[in-house]
Design a protein around this ligand. Sequence first.
Ligand code: ADP
Length: 223
Amino acid sequence: MYVTYLEKGVISIEYSERQQKIIDIVRNNEPITSEFIANRLNVTRATLRPDLAILTMSGMLDARPKVGYLFTGNNAINLVSEQIKKTKVSQIKSMPIVVDEQTSLYDAIVTLFLEDVGTIYIISNGYLCGVASRKDFLKNIMGGSDMHKVPVGLIMTRMPNIIMTHEDETAIEAAIKIIVHEVDSLPVVEKILQNGKEYFKVIGKVSKTNITKLFVDIGRQKV
Ligand code: ADP
C-alpha cells in the first residue's frame, strides 16, 4: 500500500496488486478465513499477515474473531458519502436577507443589490410570510407595477407555499428540496407556537451557493 500525502492533509491510498486481489477475494467470498485467502493466492498465511493488517487498518476489511474477514469497503468514496450525509443545515446556512411585507418594490430591489442576493424573505409581524426572487420583481416591473407604491407583500410567493428547512435537517435533504421544487434557496426557520397557531422565524438561508461550497469543502477534505 502506498500512502501519498497531498495538499491540505488529503491522503491518497493505493493498494498493491496482491492487496487488490485480497480485496476481491474477500468481497466475493465473505466471511473468509486467512487460510482460505492464502490457499487461493498460493502463499503462506505469514506472507499475507502484513497485507491483511494494512487492509483492516485502512478500513477496507473487517477482521472478526472466529468468523474471518469481511469486506467493509471503507474507502475514500464511502468516507466522503458519510461526511455528506452527516452534514446538517446548521453547519452550512448563511445570513438571510429579510424585509417587511410593507416594503416598496423599489426598496426591496435596492436591498437585493446592496446585499448581493437573488432572493429576499418577507416577514409580517416578525414571522415569515413570503419569498420574492429576481424573476418576481422583473415580472411585476415589466407588467407596469409602480415600484414606488406597490409593496413587496403583493408580489411575493406566499405562505403556505414556501418550501422551508430547519437547522437539524441534513444538507442532502435541503439540496433535494431545492432540486425538486426548482428554487434557488430555502429559508431556515424555527417553528414558534402561539395560541395554537404555527409561525416561522427566519434564522438563516440555504442556497445553491451554500450547497456548492459544501461540495468544494468536501472535495478539499475540510468537512
Ligand atoms: P429566480 O427568480 O432566479 O428564478 P427562484 O428559482 O428561486 O429564483 O424562484 C422562482 C419562483 O419560486 C419565484 O416565484 C419565487 O418567489 C419562488 N420561490 C423561491 N424560493 C422559494 C421557496 N423557498 N419556496 C417557495 N417558493 C419559492
